[in-house]
Design a protein around this ligand. Sequence first.
Ligand code: PLP
Length: 377
Amino acid sequence: MKKIYCDISATTPVNEQVIDLMTSIHKSTFGNPSSVHKYGQESHIVIEKARIETAQALNCHQEEIIFTASGTEANNIALEGLVESDDHIISSTYEHPSIMNVIKNLEQKGAKLTLLKPNQNGQVEPKKIEKEISKNTRLITVMFANNELGSINNIKKIAEITQKHNIILHVDAVQCVGKIPIDLEEMKIDMMSLSAHKFYGPKGVGALFVRKGIDLKTILNGGGQELNLRPGTENIAGIAGLGLALSMATNHLKENMLYVKKLEQLFIKEIDNYKINYVLHIKDRLPGVLAIGFPGIDGQSLLISLDLKGIAVSFGSACSSGTTKASQILLDAGITEDLAKSTLRISFGKIHTEEDIKYVAKELSIILKRLEKKSYA
Ligand code: PLP
């Protein structure tokens, strides 16, 4: 059976060159980067090379990059390291749990929290953010692109607002680093989180950009590595893998974006040819990320039927005790409950061929016909 992985937003396979680099590092560069001897120096050099690659890819200074164990950890270090008990935080209702659970915890410790819903385009409106700013507002944390919808926020505009009001802006860019251009010199983001496994790098390694001058308190205690913000002996091979994967993604960004957009257009053309009834929720979205509803169809059953045909996609809603609940994120973006329950996230990437896309569209049309018959029975 053919196997086609269409869940690029969940994670990506690792680039061959990244695997080769990591394997060679595991074999030969094992010294503790904090050790003074040559073994240690060799490992230290590997990490600093990756820091330079990361900084170049994002157009920031290398001292502004902290390597972490995940996007989740980067988000925790940024928010908990900044916010004090009387601070006001503005964020959105559709943040990833690695933001949402941290800000809810901070709220319990005394911080004030304002959460804004996205509009129908899946965006948090900069004007609404500005309206909520008060004299205690310390932090605005808004995701760059949403993981369920694929929608992209106007971070440039939000950064102009935070600059004007002297407020710190943190951006969870885990979904879009390596997928769309991000220039930290041009966009005045203060802190930004990323994760290697979303751009064809290894799992379990991420990074936090912290603009010079921003003072974060330590939330993890240890040996002082990574400016004492992420202490612990570094994952040398993982960090090197992140650096290479990010360089590869940014060096080929335009061609990858064009290629993935072409695949996306082909998919839409194919499903139109099969006369599939669908609703594409977001117009301006990350290349290759489709939040797509199939009216009258149960999304969970569709996902399982596709999986049985070797096609992996994702379903944003929670399934508990046999009943499918509509995703709150989709509901907040103004999608009706029925449509939300029928919505899948299909995400394509550079690993796909036109043949893959045609196969997915064909199988989808066959399964939908079967499921439609069932729902009318
Ligand atoms: N933020 C967003 C928007 C994500 O989509 C994810 C992962 O899916 C994360 C953060 C967490 O990243 P990690 O898996 O590296 O912890």
